[in-house]
Design a protein around this ligand. Structure first.
Ligand code: GLU
Length: 295
């Protein structure tokens, strides 16, 4: 049997503009797809309107275009996908897999982020509460193409997690898995900050009865002081005029060859060259080099 065609994606959240860390993730997912003649889809993860920066969606598309990226087919927007999320949520509520949780933030403080199941059997009505998904007392594991084996025990290390927030917004974990399945994504390349979301997503895929994609988590880009990119630190947006040098810098952060002569080429020609020379086995697990840091 021949291998199914590669379908990858880039899925930015418009809570800000693309920064150097986003470029590294976009570039890795793009090159990994194009190197094998695969498809590369774009999905805007606009699940959280209050956190959306006005104009960010349009700026993301313009920036990607000016950096030479070409996506296949129409852009998917999660804001247009609520029907699909609601259907799955209702099914799991009916099956008793998901339940309403009325716990306040304060009540949960002592549990350090691992939900202790307080509302599991409370039978609260579903309206105006958070909805959590029951997790099994099992470890979910996978082998990341760069980070290697990774395992997490969902019961002990995560607990029943929120799939719809109290304010009615759908959670990232739920939406990302439903949409990756709907778009036929079979190869996920993204930032290592999502490594520990992956076991939850494997469990969600199991519940939905869809195959797990392959995973490649690229190393994280750090703040200029070497710290992890935090919410309080606003990474500078990617300057359109600097597309070529920043593409080279992103290639080097991914451990790839990036000869200076590439600066003579257009951004899309740089991407074409890089896809022909793509060596994912050279991607480092973590970055300690100066290129890894933000502008
Ligand atoms: N929307 C997520 C982000 O911008 C990425 C989701 C994913 O790649 O799974 O961090």
């Amino acid at each position: 049997m021949s291998k199914p065609p590669y379908i990858g994606r880039f899925a930015p959240t418009p809570s800000g503009y693309l920064h150097f860390g986003s470029l590294v993730a976009a570039l890795a997912s793009y090159l990994d797809a194009r190197a094998v003649g695969g498809r590369w889809l774009l999905r805007i993860e606009d699940l959280d309107p209050p956190r959306e920066v006005p104009g960010a969606q349009a700026a993301i598309l313009t920036t990607l275009e000016s950096y030479g990226f070409e996506w296949d087919g129409p852009v998917m927007r999660q804001s247009e996908r609520h029907g699909a999320y609601a259907e799955v949520l209702q099914r799991w509520l009916n099956q008793g897999l998901a339940y309403a949780c009325s716990c306040s933030r304060k009540q949960l403080e002592p549990y350090l982020g691992i939900y202790p199941g307080l509302c599991r059997n409370a039978g609260h009505p579903w309206a105006d509460t958070a909805i959590r998904l029951r997790v099994p007392e099992l470890s979910y594991q996978f082998t990341d193409r760069v980070q290697g084996p990774f395992a997490q025990h969902l019961g002990r290390e995560v607990g029943d997690f929120v799939i719809r927030r109290r304010d009615g917004l759908y959670a990232y974990q739920l939406a990302v898995v439903i949409d990756d399945a709907a778009q036929g994504i079979n190869a996920i390349v993204r930032g290592a900050d999502l490594l520990d979301s992956t076991p939850r997503q494997l469990y969600l895929q199991e519940l939905l009865g869809v195959p797990a994609p392959s995973y490649l988590h690229v190393p994280l880009i750090t703040q200029p002081d070497g710290h992890k990119l935090g919410k309080s630190y606003r990474a500078p947006p990617l300057p359109i005029a600097q597309a070529r040098p920043l593409l080279l810098r992103a290639l080097r952060a991914l451990g790839q060859a990036a000869p200076e002569e590439l600066l003579e080429l257009s951004p899309s020609a740089i991407l074409q060259w890089a896809a022909q020379h793509w060596q994912p086995e050279l991607i480092p697990r973590v970055l300690s080099r100066p290129e890894a840091q933000l502008l």
